[in-house]
Design a protein around this ligand. Structure first.
Ligand code: DLL
Length: 434
């Protein structure tokens, strides 16, 4: 198999990239208008016709799409091709009970894997490498995306999935893994485990591709030091395909967005106004090559800034700086996207009122999450149920909603401080966005 090489498109001059984007955008808008009622209705409502979109300068005329739209259109409302042309779904959590389901044609998967392959190449990957993928496999996009990218590069791929640190270390040492793909918090865990077992001389890792959650430069230094590698950031979201929407090159100075497939914009999250390059705002993506689930002007809720300053790696694609926060209240805990509204849904379903608080912390490399919720006066009077029974019920409900174990404490009525303005539901002590 030939060695994977960097596609020319990554170093194309800006005017050529933009011409390509315009051409693809015009086609894509026509395609979704004809095939998706949701877009047709939204564009008609705004008085925009496909022929009004003549190039990227007209992008701002299109309506935005939000996570709530995905929830309302669940599961098939945004599908732009017949279901029989789809070969895969992936899924991520929604803001309440309903999950987001994204569909892929084979061509969509090929493009997505190509983007992940580019990320691996940018981290120095070649067909000589052993690529150790311990992102979760299954509905989460991390495992499947990097797995496919690794195949495309021609690396020997270890589809480890997450967890079972002993097994990870055994394969890593026995099979000589050279590139590690996982969340930064799991990489920090592995670094600690390598250190505790004195394995640093026995591992051959040279690079790591870490994303799916925010991480600081401090974490990067610790991981690089403990595993003896160069640590690269990678970004993406299920709705837009998965990992590989953008990734770092050897400069480690922002992530190049794959502009031949995705057009980024930065907007003011309150007004929707498009902001000039360099300003921090909400990142919005338009997919110009996806077929099954092609989102236009999708509001990611991630806050960041873009730069077109020349990058010495030679790639011309715009770079996004590490996300600086969210314009909604989503947290990523133990690698899982969590909204307070999901927790609230579980509590209200079990008869509690919306008097609760969520405390998130990081002890060592492990996230902890605790929910404190007030008993209602009726619950206090009802002696047929113990507090520990109620706590167990909530833990089970949250496990089923979020997929992670949450510590739960029921507390006396009126013991959680009432706020005079917006309720402070979440206390996140981790300071991940720095
Ligand atoms: O996390 C896709 C992914 C997998 C990216 C593996 C990178 C590596 P979702 O589960 O849909 O998809 O979550 C998407 O995670 O909107 C961001 O808030 C956050 N996120 C993803 N990558 C980064 C990153 C995957 N590098 C949401 N830095 C996004 C900060 C990130 N936040």
């Amino acid at each position: 198999m030939k060695n994977y090489y960097q596609p020319e498109i990554e170093t194309m001059p800006l005017d050529q990239i933009q011409a390509l984007q315009s051409e693809r955008l015009v086609k894509q808008v026509k395609f979704v208008y004809e095939n998706v009622k949701f877009y047709r209705d939204k564009m008609d409502e705004k008085g925009v016709k496909p022929e009004d979109i003549k190039g990227i300068e007209d992008l701002h005329k299109l309506p935005f799409v939000t996570k709530n739209d995905l929830r309302d259109e669940y599961p098939y409302g945004l599908l732009a091709v017949p279901l029989e042309d789809c070969v895969r779904i992936q899924s991520t959590s929604g803001t309440t009970g309903r999950r987001v389901v994204a569909f892929y044609t084979q061509e969509d998967i090929d493009i997505w894997e190509e983007c992940c392959a580019r990320a691996i190449v940018a981290a120095g990957g070649t067909k000589e490498d052993v690529c150790h993928v311990c992102y979760g496999y299954g509905l989460f996009t991390g495992g499947p995306g990097l797995n496919g990218g690794s195949h495309k590069v021609g690396c020997l791929t270890l589809p480890m999935s997450s967890g079972n640190t002993e097994r990870q270390l055994q394969f890593m040492t026995d099979l000589g893994s050279t590139i590690l793909c996982c969340t930064p918090s799991y990489a920090a865990n592995l670094g600690e485990a390598v250190d505790e077992r004195g394995l640093k001389d026995k591992i051959k890792l040279k690079a790591g591709i870490f994303g799916a959650e925010p991480w600081t430069e401090g974490m990067r230094r610790n991981i690089e030091e403990s595993l003896g590698i160069k640590a690269y950031d990678i970004y993406g979201l299920t709705e837009i395909s998965g990992p590989g929407v953008s990734f770092e090159c050897e400069e480690q100075a922002g992530m190049h967005i794959q502009e031949d497939h995705f057009i980024p914009e930065i907007i003011n999250p309150d007004t929707g106004e498009v902001l000039p390059e360099g300003e921090v705002g909400e990142l919005v993506f338009t997919c110009i090559t996806k077929k099954a689930f092609p989102l236009l002007r999708y509001r990611t809720r991630d806050l960041c800034r873009l730069t077109r300053q020349k990058c010495s790696c030679g790639r011309t694609h715009v770079r996004m700086m590490k996300p600086k926060g969210r314009s909604d209240d989503m947290m990523i805990v133990k690698g899982v996207n969590v909204w307070p509204s999901q927790i609230e849904t579980v509590l209200l379903n079990q008869g509690f009122q919306a008097n609760y608080q969520i405390i998130v912390d990081r002890i060592g490399n492990h996230d902890t999450i605790e929910v404190q919720v007030e008993l209602t006066p009726e619950m206090v009077e009802d002696t047929s149920r113990t507090n520990s029974w109620r706590e167990k019920q909530i833990v089970a409900g949250l496990k089923s909603m979020l997929g992670i174990t949450v510590k739960v404490k029921v507390v006396e009525p009126k013991s959680i401080v009432r706020s005079e303005g917006k309720a402070v539901r979440v206390i996140d002590k981790r300071n991940l966005y720095q």
